[in-house]
Design a protein around this ligand. Sequence first.
Ligand code: ZN
Length: 424
Amino acid sequence: MDLGWTPYGPARHIARVLFLLALLSGWLTGVPSWAGIVQDVRVQDDRIVVRFDTPVTQASSFLLAGPQRIALDLSGAAPGGKVQAGGAVTAIRQGAQDGGARVVFDLARPAIVTEGRFGPDGRTLTLQLRTVDDARFARAAAEKRMSFLPPLTYLQPADRLAYKVSMPIPRRASRVPLPQVYGDASRPLVVIDAGHGGHDPGAIGAESGLREKDLTLQAALAIKDALLASGRVRVALTREDDRFLVLQERYGLARRLKADLFISVHCDSAGNPEATGATVYTLSEVASDKEAARLAARENKADIIAGIDLGTQNADISSILIDLTQRETMNISANFARLLGREAQPLIPIKANYHRMASLMVLKAPDMPSVLFETGYISNAGDAAFLASREGREKVAESVRKAVEIHFATRMAAGSKRPDSPAL
Ligand code: ZN
């Protein structure tokens, strides 16, 4: 079946697949293929307008005190172009920063960013400024970054898809039955996802022959036991045996159960057999480093190998990306990731910089705090032996139990256990 690019009927489906392929080829490797260049930066009255030659993927701003400045980070954009200061801004400087551009605005008087908005084509970003007093500026400077996401529609222009692909697309799989939930109904629910399974073994240890899908299931079962023994939470597993689930089904099951926390368990793998230690990943559309990008490419590959309906996933990705409510979920996830790393540190080999970010499909539920726990390297003899041992599994489970207990105790102390609450 040869399906060309048209915006109509079943071909829209193909368009989604093409779009996802475009994402996989650029975004997931951490090198956006649509990286743009800043064309110009202008300040008019209380407004900063930044224009790019092509759309950028994300922007965020924060304030710096002493002297008072506004910094704007643009992911997937290179610095360049003309600048024109004005209003409260006396000077504008640009530089390269972490694979993007940073623009710094020197201020003549304290001013804060109240809003940021991308134009419909993703090529302009307008920041609204408000002049404030020094005290208000200091308060705003202590706050977190403001993030601005462009609308996604522009990411699928026809001229970027100047090729055809032919591929059979199977029907969407019927709904997977909900797994059993263990524990006291009054408790918050943690869903543990054992990575890979069935025809997808995940990574395989070169020397040991161990398969990631077996280690993740054993770890998930040990975590379930430890959490149930604590009695503080309910637990469900996305799989309790050797079966294949697509990534969307994994977080889909957890969402249908209205889980309060989702933990996907995996084992890392690297060409370098010396690489060792656990890592906790949370979702970011921009990978924190090359290794994180490679990991995302590998973990996200499960669905492509399976030849499932990519189109249904793409719908999720677009709706999620434009959903700013996901920011809060991402913050809670990041807090849990740091907590898990902290609790795991005395128990298992873990990387010094254990919290990383990547565009991992299994973490894309917009309203459910989610982390991916790479428990160690199956490609490292020491890590593999540890993870395959009963003692190793129990220590992994203990790390998760401690972090989960503190996480929910903190959230309940703050008056809420719902993931949609801003309290932490
Ligand atoms: Zn994996």
